[in-house]
Design a protein around this ligand. Sequence first.
Ligand SMILES: [Zn+2]
Length: 538
Amino acid sequence: MTGHESVNILTIMPLNRLRFCPLLHNRTHIHAQAKNIDAVIPHFQAAHRSARIRQALAVALAALLVHCGSAIAAPSPDVHYYTISIDYTLSRLWVEARFSPSVDSVTARSRDAGRLLIDARDCDSSEQIRMRNRRMLLPAKGIRCMNYTVDLERAARQERHNRSLLPGNVIVSPSLWLWRPELTANRELRVRFQLPENVRVSVPWELLNAERQEYRIARSPESADAPAVFGDFDYREVAVPGAVLRVGFLKTKGGMDTEAITNWLRATATDVSLAYGRFPNPSPQVVVIPVGGGRGRGESAVPYGRVIRDGGESIELLIDQRRPIDAFLEDWTATHEFSHLLLPYMRRKQKWVAEGFAQYYQNVLLARSGTYDDLKAWQKIYEGLERGRQSRPELSPNEAAAGRMRGGWMKVYWSGAAIALMADVSLREQSGGEETLDLVLDKLQACCLPSDRVWSGPELFAKLDSLTDYPVFMKLYRRYADTAGFPDVQPLFERLGLSVSNGKARLRRHAELANIRLSITETDTAAADWRHQLAATQ
Ligand SMILES: [Zn+2]
């Protein structure tokens, strides 16, 4: 086991320049399990997919240029400048905030933030700033500058994972220490960290300048409290097609094989790029927290994961660092979480869309990367859809997602997967194989992701329809979103050549849409070979 080495910067791809154009965002999400590995950035050249991917990339690039052009033409936003310092014992955090123009309202996200504030002053007058609840009481004319001190040590006690971390690295959400005006389409923050030697930081915000530790915080959904990590944790930049993951590995007693875990993350993120040739977010924050096993976590290598959209997109993965690398490669949690980034953050009532698309893609992508064979992928899709069908049949997907109803989770997780499958097959069938769900989501990413806001289901489905010559999405939404029961996938299975008896799936070679079924799960041989090599090198 290695585990305590310091910064190790891997390749940074030229594509990450693109991140200076797209707007920032976030959102969230939860789960449990994942898989994979790797070593060097692979080149995926699945013969017949590559032409389509090239075409898709060209469309994406064109859309991005249009997007960047419009961003340049937009009025420049108000920018407030924050300088944040931390002492080497991680006990205090100091902030100087300079506002331009002045602001009359500053709040923190967490209710606990006020208790953690040691002192706050107007830096022009040195007068103390008082507060009520989560709001600083500012003069009506506003202030141009404030400085404040936060009890970081106490704030760190709020995060339960810190109890099992080695001293010297902590997770403390900005919701506890970042006091700021509301961010709008025309108002953003620039944050610069001034840190002692050996103290580094991981935040989900857009990185503007790594050397100067400068970040941009723009408006974003707030699905949960994003993590900020401080201290001597391991940090790596992991290049995958179209993106660089900014990964922080928290340190616990016993350490972990950071190299192997990095390979697994690269493999898993690369699997997600098999949807349309690149990872959906060019620079997400990934936080890896080793928690060991036991305590109800079972044998999973990745007992829990979630996506958080709060100032950027973060993926938190709790791992059992003692498990062998092939257990990570077999696990689906990270694939599921990363797949959430293919869509914007959805409002609660339409969580079934977010979950369903992630469930569909998780299985499809694991087949494409060779982790599952066709039969296993379709068996899992069948089993999931069956669980969904049996789950609270009297509720519609919208009702199940809105109501947090007992026993309704499988409906939330799988009704959207049924719709993703139906949409994908329809697109492929109607277009003679020219259009796919992958390509529509590619265009969605190019126009709209990461997104700075929460989306509704109808809004998303209408947008997807607008991105294709084969509008299938709203039709499916209207038919199923508010309808009790579960989409009947049986006739579709029949046409795809998927038969089930006694719960066991069987694939028939001669079926009306067998070719579509094969193309959905077709293995990318380069990705599969690479994974095999990784599994063999442990
Ligand atoms: Zn999920």
